[in-house]
Design a protein. Structure first.
Length: 255
């Protein structure tokens, strides 16, 4: 999907079967969100992503969490593309050791870094491509399972917003929406107390929603849809997958 005024800008949800791999481009630089699955004879990272973005300067790679359908050959891929920034939802499962990060005068990450995803990270590749981490929240336990630790990222490309939910669902999705609602109420109550981390519920608004957990029943709730208000919703799920994704319940909610 691209803006007509900026034909080089594009956002791609790759066909990797039951899994997720996304690329965001501004025509010269790219971000990669998840590397899809990897099997004995096929790797989304090697066979799909690398040929697709080989000619681009990869600014950053985000691995939402450690599940195999999101992080297949992630360490190998990062080694190949040498991004300036790598953000990890579950560093302990990624085989990518964390490295020291640096912040420029604007507060954004500007030098080579490999670190854990946390709300408030804002990364700008160009005037037309930005990435903002909205979840997990620093100091808030995201949940006991891997899905709940997924990085939620909002990309903005040529003015179009894309919200990528990873595998967040259920209680974690509820906590995500509740956090921004509470921040919004606090900001409205006392506008003089709004700091850099005080982001209102409008942060969730997006033109395109990449649905959480491939369209699982417990994800993409009415509460989330109410505040995201997407024009388009994408379910990254494999044909005739054994999980029944996307769920009929979710399809009814979004129809």
């Amino acid at each position: 999907m691209a803006d007509r005024a900026a034909p080089a800008a594009r956002f791609t949800v790759h066909d990797v079967g039951q899994g997720l791999a996304v690329t965001a481009h501004d025509g010269a630089r790219a971000w990669v969100y998840d590397t899809g699955p990897s099997y004995e004879r096929f790797s989304a990272a090697k066979n799909i992503l690398l040929p697709y973005i080989r000619s681009d300067d990869v600014h950053g790679v985000i691995i939402s969490h450690g599940d195999a359908d999101h992080s297949g050959r992630a360490a190998w891929f990062v080694e190949q593309v040498q991004p300036q920034v790598t953000l990890l939802g579950e560093p302990d499962r990624s085989r990518l050791p964390l490295a020291q990060s640096f912040r420029g005068e604007s507060g954004t990450l500007t030098a080579e870094a490999r670190r854990r995803c946390v709300e408030g990270q804002s990364l700008r590749s160009s005037s037309s491509l930005e990435a903002h981490v909205l979840w997990p929240i620093s100091g808030v336990a995201p949940g006991s399972n891997s899905n709940s630790r997924s990085c939620i990222v909002r990309f903005t490309i040529a003015g179009i917003r894309f919200l990528v939910m990873g595998d967040v669902e259920g209680k974690a999705e509820h906590a995500f929406v509740s956090h921004y609602l509470s921040q919004d109420k606090r900001a409205r109550r006392d506008v003089t107390d709004v700091g850099d981390t005080m982001v209102p519920i409008s942060a969730l608004k997006a033109d395109v929603l990449i649905a959480g957990h491939h369209g699982a029943k417990a994800a993409t709730t009415t509460a989330l849809l109410k505040h995201v208000r997407p024009q388009h919703i994408v379910f990254s799920s494999g044909f005739a997958n054994r999980f029944g994704h996307p769920s009929e319940h979710v399809l009814k909610r979004v129809s």
